[in-house]
Write a protein that binds this ligand. Structure first.
Ligand code: ZN
Length: 151
């Protein structure tokens, strides 16, 4: 199990040092900002949709390793998905982190996102890991720039 933890940690560090899909998106369909005052993490998620499909997702921000890695992994995971599929994944990821299942995420495979599963053992870090996902939810929902806070 410790080998698996090491591997997970390597993936998180890799995404922290070299975040994927980092930077503003142009043109952009919607975007939303998230702020986690507990840790000082800030993230802005950009989304470009093509009809019902998420064509492109990117993010900008400053934060700790967990928040940055989670945002980076999120952009990779939802790129190219149908909106409804992205919402399922979002529900599944939040369920993994909080241990609560709001019904939307049961049985959805998380793939690479499993590397963040260790975070749930550190309650103060959960908000870091879920920040970009809450911003994604806001960007998916409103279609207008909004701000979310984990508080
Ligand atoms: Zn953080």
């Amino acid at each position: 199990m410790s080998d698996l933890r090491d591997l997970y940690q390597q993936v998180i560090l890799d995404h922290y040092r070299a975040p994927r899909n980092f930077g503003a998106l142009e043109p952009v369909s919607s975007c939303a900002e998230g702020y986690n005052p507990l840790c000082g993490d800030k993230v802005k998620v950009y989304l470009r949709a093509d009809g019902d499909r998420i064509e492109c997702v990117s993010f900008e921000g400053v934060g700790c390793a967990i928040s940055t890695a989670s945002a980076s992994l999120m952009t990779e995971a939802v790129q190219g998905l149908e909106r409804s599929r992205a919402e399922e994944l979002l529900g599944a990821f939040l369920a993994l982190m909080t241990g609560e299942d709001d019904g939307g995420g049961a049985g959805v495979p998380l793939g690479k996102l499993e590397v963040l599963s260790g975070v749930k053992d550190y309650p103060v870090r959960i908000k870091c890991a879920t920040l970009a996902w809450h911003a994604l939810r806001a960007a998916l929902g409103s279609g207008d720039a909004g701000a979310v806070s984990t508080e």
